[in-house]
Design a binder for this molecule. Structure first.
Ligand SMILES: [Fe+2]
Ligand SMILES: [Fe+2]
Length: 203
C-alpha cells in the first residue's frame, strides 16, 4: 500500500495520520480488529445514551443523538454479523488506552459548559479518528468486500463527527468551540504518538 502523508494528514483536522502498518496488522488479525471495532460501536451507542440522560434539557442534543444510538447499535450488529459469517468470535473487551487517555484530558473542574463541551469534543475526536482509520482500512485492505464494508463506516462516522461539532456550536460560542477543538487535536496527536511508540492497537 502506498502511504501518502500529504493526502491523509489533514483528514478532519487530525494532526497525525495512523501508522500505515496498522492496516497490515488488521489483515493478520481480523478477529481482533473486528472485536475492537464491535466494542467501539457499542461504546458509541452507550455514550450517546448517557449524553441524552445527562443533558435531557437540551432538546437539539436529544433529537440529534437519539437516531445515532440506533445507528451505532446497527454498526455493532453489522460487525457482529461479519464475525459470525467468518466463523470468528467476539473476543473480550480490551482496556481502551486511547479512549481513556482522551477522557483524562477532559476538564474535571471548570464550568458546567466547559465540561459539556469537552464531552462533545471527546466524541467528535473519537468519530474523527475512527473515520480516518476506516478510510485507511478501506483503501489498504486487499479484500474488496471488506474495503467496501469499511468505506460505509467511514462515511457514517464522518457524519457523526460533524454532528458533535455542530451540537457544540449550537450551545456554545463558535470561537470557544474552535479554540478548545484546536487543543484537543494537538493533544490527541500526542496520545497517538505515545500509543504507537508502545505498539498498542486502537480502533
Ligand atoms: Fe459507528
Ligand atoms: Fe459514530
Amino acid at each position: 500500500m502506498q502511504y501518502d502523508q500529504h493526502t491523509t494528514k489533514n483528514i478532519l483536522g487530525l494532526q497525525l495520520p495512523t501508522d500505515p502498518r496498522w492496516v497490515n496488522l488488521a489483515e493478520i488479525s481480523l478477529e481482533a480488529i473486528l472485536t475492537d471495532h464491535a466494542y467501539c460501536e457499542q461504546k458509541a451507542a452507550t455514550t450517546c445514551i448517557t449524553l441524552i440522560q445527562k443533558y435531557s434539557d437540551k432538546e437539539k442534543l436529544v433529537m440529534g443523538l437519539a437516531p445515532i444510538v440506533t445507528e451505532e447499535w446497527g454498526h455493532f450488529r453489522l460487525v457482529l454479523q461479519e464475525l459470525h459469517k467468518r466463523g470468528l468470535k467476539l473476543g473480550k473487551q480490551r482496556k481502551d488506552e486511547y479512549v481513556n487517555a482522551l477522557i483524562d484530558f477532559q476538564q474535571k473542574g471548570g464550568s458546567p459548559d466547559e465540561r459539556f463541551l469537552d464531552k462533545l469534543l471527546t466524541m467528535a475526536m473519537i468519530e474523527a479518528r475512527s473515520c480516518e482509520r476506516f478510510k485507511r482500512l478501506s483503501e489498504g485492505l486487499n479484500d474488496a468486500y471488506l474495503a467496501k464494508f469499511y468505506r460505509r463506516f467511514m462515511e457514517s462516522e464522518a457524519g457523526h463527527y460533524t454532528l458533535f461539532i455542530e451540537l457544540a456550536e449550537t450551545y456554545l460560542p463558535k470561537d470557544q468551540v474552535r479554540a478548545r477543538w484546536a487543543q484537543w487535536l494537538a493533544h490527541e496527536s500526542e496520545i497517538m504518538k505515545d500509543i504507537e511508540v508502545r505498539g498498542d492497537r486502537i480502533h
